[in-house]
Design a protein around this ligand. Structure first.
Ligand SMILES: Nc1ncnc2c1ncn2[C@@H]1O[C@H](COP(=O)(O)OP(=O)(O)OP(=O)(O)O)[C@@H](O)[C@H]1O
Length: 266
């Protein structure tokens, strides 16, 4: 049995003025090293809150978060930043627009190191970056000296993903990271996601509203509803499912009739 890289243990998170129940109502989830799970759920199910509790932006009211055997529940976000990589829906959130592609990559590769070590972006890492940019097929390897604000949303998001992965975080969190892209750019960024997760063996949690991506990305699908994990699909059962089966399993697990716009079928 491979060791767990991420353990979320009975986590509860309440927002005082939300007027709703707990955003996370006793969520437990365990990811083995190198495992790639997608997370789907109804609107307001708690998916983004879960990612922020893991990343340290939100402190849970109850429960524990353990990363690579270390309990990080009370660690501030900056202390676990080197361990957790996160990519958001907005391409601008993960990159510095006024810096060039190369400067952004250097920042990603040297972040968290002491200044004396700062110039030490090893040639091998730099080559890996250029090669990854080339494989992306967006021509970014020829635009290393272009300010990132001049790139398209897809190019910028691909760069944000590459930057998060280049630091080889223990856990990579993706929060609807292709939702704001056109279909072609979204497909390119999803393919890059597959490659990076596979090549670097990254333990990954990817929130999506797209049921097809929830089944075709990674090796496990977690369904959340009203602050709880209501279904955790993997193995043969998951492999046999199509989008219709997943929607049906979703409805069944929620014990209520959900309108399509609550599930956002894509
Ligand atoms: N900062 C906040 N203050 C108050 N309530 C919040 C806050 N953030 C989230 N919530 C509430 O917590 C619940 C879970 O929100 P969350 O954003 O985690 O859901 P989600 O599953 O990511 O939803 P969506 O798919 O719509 O993005 C919702 O009821 C939301 O209104």
């Amino acid at each position: 049995m491979p060791s767990s890289m991420l353990v979320v243990d009975r986590v509860v998170k309440r927002f005082v003025h939300s007027g709703q129940g707990a955003a996370l109502d006793g969520v437990s989830l365990e990811l083995a090293a190198g495992e790639f799970a997608t997370v789907v759920g109804s609107n307001g199910a708690g998916k983004t809150t879960l990612l922020h509790v893991i990343a340290g932006g939100l402190l849970p009211d109850e429960g524990r978060v353990v990363v690579d055997g270390h309990e990080v529940t009370a660690w501030p976000q900056h202390r676990r930043a080197g361990w957790i990589g996160m990519v958001f829906q907005d391409p601008a959130a993960g990159t510095a627009g006024s810096l060039t592609v190369e400067e952004n990559m250097v920042l990603a590769l040297t972040a968290g190191r002491r200044r004396t070590l700062a110039p030490a972006v090893r040639p091998a890492r730099r080559e890996w970056v250029v090669e990854s940019l080339r494989r992306l097929g967006m021509g970014l390897e020829q635009r290393l000296h272009v300010a990132v604000r001049h790139l398209s949303g897809g190019q910028r998001q691909a760069l944000a993903l590459l930057m998060a992965a280049a630091r080889q975080p223990r856990v990579l969190l993706l929060d609807e990271h292709t939702a704001s892209l056109d279909p072609q750019a979204a497909e390119a960024v999803l393919e890059l996601t597959r490659q990076l997760v596979r090549d670097l063996g990254l333990t990954t949690l990817m929130v999506t509203h797209n049921l097809k991506h929830a089944l075709t990305m990674g090796d496990r699908t977690v369904i959340m509803h009203r602050g709880r994990v209501v279904l955790d699909l993997r193995g043969e059962r998951r492999r046999r499912m199509d989008v219709g089966d997943l929607a049906e399993a979703f409805r069944h697990a929620c014990h209520e009739v959900l309108a399509d716009d609550q599930m956002i079928l894509a």
